[in-house]
Each structure stands twice: as structure tokens, then as C-alpha cells.
Design a protein around this ligand. Sequence first.
Ligand SMILES: [Zn+2]
Length: 255
Amino acid sequence: MSVYQPDMSLKAKIKRRITPFMARRVLKPRLERPIVSFSFDDCPKSVIENAIIPFEQEKWRATIYIAMGLCETENHLGLHMNQGDVKALHEGGHEIGDHTFDHIDAAQHIASEFMANINKNQSTLNALGLPPSQTFAYPYGQVTAELKLKLASKFIGSRGIRSRESKDDIDLNQIRANRLYAGQDFDTLIEQINHMGGKPGWLPIFTHDVRENPSPYGCTPQQMMKVIDAVKSSGAEVLTMADAIKKMELTHEAN
Ligand SMILES: [Zn+2]
């Protein structure tokens, strides 16, 4: 199965280094207690049994960045959720965020096409009885300065895939987030969670499939349990991406 890769040319790589410094919407939260937000992208069905069910036992809620065009399809991440799964997650109090309908690469489409694909995702969710999504995640983490500005008027925050330290300032137009992948970053993530108490900040985490023998973009159920335990011991509050942003905006205004 071939897996789509974004443009790896030097020009594209330079652009990816520069865009985080453009069209920023900076938030400097002042928190008394650290916040962790979990997000799941695309979204594989294995997430329900191996992440959502254990989360609900802790009374935690997650953010699902859904590309509705992937519903019931199968790829390197396994089988994806169906429309009923998405509706049930919303009814269970989880946040359904936008991830475009067809999971498209922002660098390969003009802005109007990209926005139309987001609108298609939103009308599909609307037809299921869901409210408009409050946050967005860029497929492949691909983003342009033009889109950062356009999405700022549509979503309270848009998430990328570049990692961050929990105490860093936040660019709401390209929120940095940390990978929960089975490979080498796993121990780094656990360490970050363990050290959250020092200066309370926000640690957004993202992954894809959660299953035995996961893709390189996912993790095992055992690793998910290890992260849940680490978050519990850290004393952090677990909020959806939208709830975390709203809470931090209140502390920002109080500065
Ligand atoms: Zn994705």
C-alpha cells in the first residue's frame, strides 16, 4: 500500500521552516494546572476501543480530527470509522474537529479549493446533526501563511504536527503538538508528561491508529495505557482542544 508523502523538495522544506513564523495568532496562557489534550486524526476505528473507552473511564474527552471522505475506507492506518461512529463520539461529549473531507495537502491546492473541501466536510457533519467544528488539523501538517489567516476566522485554533514544549507560547493558527507514535519519540513524550508540573503549560498530543502492530503513525494499546497512567500521575487536567483553548484564552485576558 503506497502512503502519500508531502513534497520533500528543498523549496518545500524551506517553506515548512518559515510558515510557523508567519500569520501568527499568539496566546500566552498563564495556567495554575497543566493541560493535556489528546487528538486522533483521520480517523481509524481502532481508536474507539483502544483509546476512547479507556479515556471515558477517566471521564476524559478527546478531539477527533475527522476527514469524512475516509469513512469506512481502509488504508495503512486500518479501517476508518463510519458516520455512526462519528455521531456517537459527538454524542459522548468528544470534540469532532475538521481535517478536510478528502484529507488533502494544503501545499498542493489553491486556497479556495482547500476551503471548499473543508466546507464539504462541514456539510457532511451538519447532515449528521453535528454543530460546526471549532478546531481544525492540517492534513500531513501542511499549511500556508494564506490559509493560516483564512482559517483564523473559521476556527478558534488549527493544529499542525511540529512538536512543542508545554510551556511555549501558542500560535493558534498553527498549534504545535506532540506525536504519540510507537517509534523513538515515545520516551520523549513520556518524559515531557512527567515534567509538566514545573511550569504548568499545555501539551497537545496526537496520533492515528491505536492497535497491535500499528502503522508508523500510531501506537499500541499498551503504549496508550502508559500515556494515560503518566497523565494521571502528572496531575494535569485533560480537555479537548477546543475546551483547552477557551480556558487558556480566559487566563490570557486576565494577564
Ligand atoms: Zn490526517
